[in-house]
Design a protein around this ligand. Structure first.
Ligand code: TZP
Ligand code: MG
Length: 210
């Protein structure tokens, strides 16, 4: 399904593997969405990397989302952009995007989720669901109850991100998540492809139950 397994790339957590390698392996393992996320690259290299991931994801059929940089997303023909609470708002992003371009917004509470939906977001990501060391400024986890509350207050897909792994993915899905976004559980695994496959299997089984 469209957002079931959503893998975010990170070279540090990926222990030196490139964004392209992470994207390639995760997509081969069945990731539905690949998000390219890098806070350090200068735009010239950022965009070259994004273009390579666009090619990888086009070949595998995964959706390709770029974090933060809508200019790079549009330039390389990504499927969409992921924006945080301090990035461009969904309505500004919508103004410069072609029809069908996906806009995802990170939220931390129900009000932000409702606001994102009315501004034209295609999905929201509760960020973080649990505490995580993978994002310096993530703050404490908002928890599963917040996820359920958001799920009942918006109609667009709700994705959970932050501290999710094989041990708790079921709980996040039972709380109402439409998709599971991860860095370390896949990009940090020894075998990225198998980790994605395993996660994907659990998500499929749980979604059939819910
Ligand atoms: N946004 C909110 S939490 C997070 C991001 C990018 C990091 C998620 O990483 P992990 O390793 O899956 O907790
Ligand atoms: Mg951002």
């Amino acid at each position: 399904m469209p957002y079931d397994l959503y893998v975010v790339t990170d070279r540090e957590i990926g222990r030196g593997r490139t964004h392209q390698e992470i994207a390639l392996e995760a997509a081969a393992g069945g990731a539905d969405v690949i998000q390219f996320r890098d806070k350090t690259l200068l735009i010239r290299e950022f965009i070259e990397t994004a273009k390579e991931i666009r090619d990888i994801t086009s070949a595998s059929g995964a959706m390709f989302i770029v974090n933060d940089r809508i200019d790079a997303a549009l330039a390389v023909g990504a499927d969409g952009v992921h924006l945080g609470q301090n990035d461009m708002t969904a309505d500004w992003a919508r103004r410069i995007s072609p029809p069908g371009f996906i806009i995802g917004i990170s939220v931390g509470n129900v009000a932000e989720a409702i606001e994102a939906e009315s501004a034209g977001a295609d999905y929201v990501a509760l960020s973080p669901v649990f505490s995580t060391v993978s994002k310096d400024d993530a703050g404490p986890g908002h928890g599963l109850e917040m996820l359920s509350r958001i799920r009942s207050n918006v109609d667009i897909p709700v994705i959970g991100i932050g501290g999710i792994g094989l041990h708790n993915v079921k709980d996040v899905l039972s709380a109402g998540a439409d998709g599971i976004a991860v860095i370390s559980a896949v990009a940090g695994a020894d075998d990225i492809r198998s980790a994605a496959e395993e996660m994907k299997k659990i998500i499929a089984v749980e979604k059939r139950k819910n």
